[in-house]
Ligand binder design. Sequence first.
Ligand code: GRG
Length: 298
Amino acid sequence: MEENIKEYLEERKNIVNNYLNVALEKIREDSPLYAAINYSLMAGGKRLRPIMLIATYESNVDNYKTILPFASAIEMIHTYSLIHDDLPIMDNSDYRRGKPTCHKIYGSDMALLAGDALISLAFEIISSKKLLEDFDAKSVLRIVYDFAELSGAKGLVGGQVMDMVSMDMNEVDENLILYIEKRKTASLFMLAVRVGGILANVSEDELINLTQFAENFGISYQIQDDILDEISTTEELGKDTHQDRKNKKATFVSLYGVDRSKEIARDYIEKAANYLSLYNDKYKLLIDIAYNTLERIK
Ligand code: GRG
């Protein structure tokens, strides 16, 4: 299984990267804005969210090529969130994806605007007329709604706000950490599997189970990220580390320590996988991808 899943991740990552280059053609020009967008979007990254979108779709339907616009759009939203999160007014990070952060090269003003433009580009791509040749308009509209909702106040942005606010609190309990992780991190994974599921016309019940899978996977992924922040070096991770300790941030790691957090991260993946057990082996690919992320914290 392991070699297969690694090959799958590598192949799909390359396909997503190729499509991102195509998508960037829409806005290519000789300008600092384009340079900043291109720099951060093409700086590397595992492309996990678009890959999960593709994996959900291709567990149901052959020929995922038509859904690449949606997969690329989710990576644009993710990259915008990283650019903004790294700004001096937020986490003030110097490294991301093995390179200096966007604002270190292009300045905070251009980095802010590059993030803004990535949000718009994502919505431009998923609402383009061309997609209506391949997909039903109602499904596309539902996807546009999901993109807006899960990246907005109830999702990604809301999670980031609570993350910031919680740093000034004297006591942060597990429930608040889970609230933050569901919104800040799980939202885009939920979006990924929902979009894959909607495009594949799965039933409403199946969509709910896919969403639950992604929510629990997202929690695990954030716990893994917090473990990596604690145990890795900047060189190993390609981004600033020990940020949570520096910012005295409450995480599963600060509450329970690294070893117990590793067990909890695995428990959440098991919980996630259970939501898909109803469908026998149909979503084996998604489950294998989820378990594969645990390799990083071994
Ligand atoms: C909305 C202003 C604003 C900010 C968004 C969510 C967020 C706030 C910032 C992202 C920072 C962060 C720690 C997010 C949690 C999700 C996470 C683990 C991101 C790293 O994702 P990977 O590991 O990174 O998929 P690559 O580089 O591979 O894409």
